[in-house]
Design a protein around this ligand. Structure first.
Ligand code: FE2
Length: 449
């Protein structure tokens, strides 16, 4: 949290004061402290090991199950104290004010859940066989309030502390998706709270262990998956960096081709695993340039036939470099064929129409568009409208018309972040290089291929 606005501070203050007042009012008579302490320790352990979904994003932990069990076992005040134990979590990171807010938010939502449980006829204490099914309705109402209060209070603080300059960027889509998923998972976790409370009357203090051990195992698996994703991204990032170091002229190109390809993929309704794969394909489409002599890539004069042939080999070289990377899967076909043309006059195989893998046809559109809208040594960046016109012109001969249409539709809706214009030395302006991605570049057939 940076410097907070007055509204944000007032909001945080109101949440903290409400939590403190409600807990301080009690009543504490008859509170089963041994349960409160035990469940509080569970919350501390859960919070200390909360899974990081993505760096900088929200985290989830199984502590909500323990908090909801406490709603049944120790009532609103006890549940609020259990919720407040999040303050003692050993997870590093949160700013002190953020930690105070989180603690108050959990205490408040647990308290509200406890009140709703009572209001709907729930009885505080160990549930037994006779408690079912009557306990289900009050518990479900409590769980819903618990989740709604948590997400509502959190959304409020996020809204009040959001960076002002991002207000109209429209980039919150991912965050909304993530919040919706977290909301659903929290509602799912709520059921474990009732399970824990119900098991308590049978196995006592072992109940949380029986419930939480499988949850910890599941969470460990999710954490492994997140680690794996990070390793994938690091691998792709390192390869991209290597290409762009060698061919500095196309800095950021891989990233933008990846973004453009993902826009097309989403527009045509590709399923999410394929969208992710096409993102990787975009990042790595020119990885084969690592196998092209640097002096050819950076040459500012006219290329000889031999040099041009070396450039045309880059899709094959790309496949050679990354073919053993298992997770790339369908992305490999995109890398290998991103210079094929619908009319069969592309390379390396001269495939035509539907023979060209779908990933490659998508990449070709994003690749050419970014090439046209970026500065080249022999010309300035072309305006987006002009590049769209050019895509339309070559639609059906060089590009798949369906993907050109999809890209144009996505561009109209989402816009396009153009690269920063590069400052080009006057000497370089006079020089001519071959840009193999530029659709305006004449086709050259190399006999030796
Ligand atoms: Fe290429």
């Amino acid at each position: 949290m940076g410097k907070l606005s007055r509204a944000a501070l007032l909001y945080i203050g109101a949440v903290v004061v409400s939590a403190v007042v409600l807990v301080a009012r009690g009543p504490f008579a008859g509170l089963r402290w041994q349960y409160v302490v035990f469940l509080g320790i569970l919350v501390i352990v859960s919070e200390s090991r909360a899974t990081q979904l993505r760096q900088g994003q929200l985290t989830w932990s199984s502590s909500s199950a323990a908090m909801l069990a406490s709603v049944v076992l120790v009532g609103p005040v006890g549940a609020a104290i259990v919720g407040a134990c999040t303050a003692l979590g050993l997870r590093r990171g949160p700013h002190l004010l953020q930690r105070v807010f989180n603690t108050s938010m959990y205490a408040l939502s647990a308290y509200l859940a406890g009140r709703v449980f009572l209001a709907f006829g729930g009885h505080v204490g160990l549930p037994n066989e006779k408690s079912f099914p009557a306990i289900i309705a009050p518990f479900a109402a409590a769980a819903l309030i618990h989740v709604a209060a948590n997400h509502g209070l959190l959304s409020g603080v996020l809204w009040l502390t959001r960076p002002r300059d991002r207000m109209s960027s429209g980039s919150s889509g991912g965050g909304v998706g993530l919040s919706a998923r977290l909301l659903l998972s929290d509602i799912g976790y709520a059921a474990y709270g009732l399970l824990m409370a119900a098991l308590w009357s049978v196995v006592g203090f072992f109940a949380p262990l029986l419930v939480l051990i499988p949850l910890f195992v599941a969470r460990w698996a999710v954490a492994q998956f997140a680690e794996q994703q990070k390793a994938y991204e690091a691998t792709v990032g390192a390869l991209c960096q290597a290409v762009e170091t060698k061919d500095f002229y196309t800095r950021g190109h891989s990233d933008r081709v990846s973004r453009g390809s993902v826009m097309i993929a989403r527009e045509i309704g590709m399923r999410s695993e394929r969208v992710e794969a096409i993102g990787y394909a975009g990042m790595l489409h020119d990885v084969g340039k690592l196998g092209v002599p640097t002096k050819v890539l950076q040459k500012t004069g006219k290329l000889t036939e031999e040099e041009y042939a070396a450039i045309q080999l880059h899709p094959m070289r790309g496949l050679d470099i990354v073919r053993e990377i298992g997770f790339l899967d369908e992305a490999l076909a995109g890398i290998m064929h991103h210079h094929e043309r619908i009319d069969g006059r592309g390379y390396p195989m001269g495939l035509a129409g539907d023979e060209i893998p779908e990933f490659a046809r998508v990449l070709a559109v994003a690749d050419a568009f970014d090439s046209m809208t970026s500065t080249r040594s022999y010309r300035g960046a072309r305006p987006v409208a002009e590049a769209i016109e050019e895509l339309r012109k070559w639609s059906g001969t060089q590009f798949d018309p369906a993907f050109v249409d999809a890209f144009v539709a996505a561009l109209k809706r989402e816009g396009w972040q153009r690269p920063e214009p590069q400052v080009i030395a006057a000497d370089d302006l006079a020089a001519v290089t071959q840009d193999h991605d530029d659709p305006g570049a004449p086709i050259r057939v190399i006999d030796s291929l």
